[in-house]
Design a protein around this ligand. Structure first.
Ligand code: HEC
Length: 213
C-alpha cells in the first residue's frame, strides 16, 4: 500500500500545529502591541533609545554580556527579582517593542540589567566596574574588560574623560591617562538607557496574594 499521502498529511499536520502554536498564537496575542501614550504627558513609552546607546547595544552583544545577564524581570512573588532591586514590576511584551533584537538572556550569573539605568550607578562607576569589577565590587566573578580603555600620554591638557580616583594598582603612571574608548562610552550609554519603570495598564505590579499592589 502506498503510504505517501498519509505520511505527507502527518508531516503537514505536525508542521501546521507547531506553526500555529509557536508563530500564529504569539502573533495574535502580542504582535499588535505598540507604544503606549501617557495621557498626562503625551510621551510615548517605551521611549526611543539614543543613537550612542544603540551602538552600545552592539558592544553588549559582541562582548557576550548576555551570557551572564538577563533583561527580563519576573513579577513580584514569582522569584525574588523585586526584592533584589531588579525592578518593581514584571517585564511585559510592551517593554521590548522598540527593540529589533531582544537580549533576554537565560543565565543570571550577575544581576538582571533590565533596569540597571535606574540604579544609583553613574557612568564613572560603570567605567571602573568594566575596567575591573574588583574596583567597585570586590570578590565579583564578572570578567574585566580592560581593552575598553586606552592608556595614553597626556599631551597638553588632560582629557576631561580620563578616569579619576583609581586605586594605585590601576592608576596610570605620571604623564599618562586612562581614557574610555568609543566602545566603552557607547556601552555605558546603553547601560544607562536601560530603564523600564513606566507602569502600563497590563504591567501593574501584582503581589503574592494575586491582588494589585
Ligand atoms: C562571567 C559572567 C559575567 C559576564 C560575562 C558579565 N558580567 Fe556583569 N556581572 C556579573 C556578576 C557576577 C556581577 C555581580 C558582581 C559585580 O557587581 O561585579 C555583575 C554585575 C554587573 C553590573 C552591576 C549591576 C548591579 O546592579 O550591581 C553591571 C552593570 C554589569 N555586570 C554589566 C556587564 C556588562 C556590560 C557586561 C559585558 C561587557 C558584563 N556585565 C559581563 C557577571 C558577568
Amino acid at each position: 500500500m502506498n503510504k505517501g499521502p498519509l505520511l505527507f498529511l502527518g508531516i503537514f499536520l505536525t508542521l501546521a500545529f507547531s506553526w500555529t502554536g509557536i508563530v500564529l498564537t504569539n502573533h495574535l496575542t502580542v504582535g499588535q502591541i505598540g507604544t503606549y501614550i501617557d495621557a498626562e504627558t503625551g510621551t510615548a513609552f517605551p521611549q526611543a533609545v539614543p543613537g550612542l546607546a544603540q551602538q552600545g547595544k552592539r558592544v553588549y552583544q559582541e562582548l557576550g554580556c548576555l551570557y551572564c545577564h538577563t533583561q527580563q524581570v519576573r513579577r513580584p512573588g514569582f522569584g525574588a527579582d523585586d526584592l533584589r532591586g531588579w525592578g518593581e514590576r514584571q517585564s511585559v511584551p510592551r517593554d521590548y517593542v522598540q527593540q529589533e533584537r531582544l537580549l533576554l538572556g537565560t543565565m543570571r550569573t550577575g544581576p538582571d540589567l533590565m533596569n540597571v539605568g535606574a540604579r544609583p550607578l553613574n557612568a564613572e562607576w560603570h567605567y571602573k566596574h568594566l575596567l575591573d569589577p574588583q574596583i567597585t565590587s570586590p570578590g565579583s566573578n564578572m570578567a574585566p574588560f580592560p581593552f575598553l580603555f586606552e592608556m595614553r600620554k597626556i599631551v597638553g591638557q588632560p582629557s576631561p574623560k580620563a578616569l579619576q580616583g583609581l586605586p594605585p594598582q590601576y592608576a596610570p603612571p605620571a604623564g599618562f591617562e586612562l581614557v574610555p574608548t568609543h566602545r566603552a562610552e557607547a556601552l555605558v550609554a546603553y547601560l544607562l538607557s536601560l530603564k523600564h519603570e513606566f507602569d502600563y495598564p497590563e504591567s501593574i505590579p501584582v503581589n503574592t496574594s494575586g491582588g494589585k499592589k
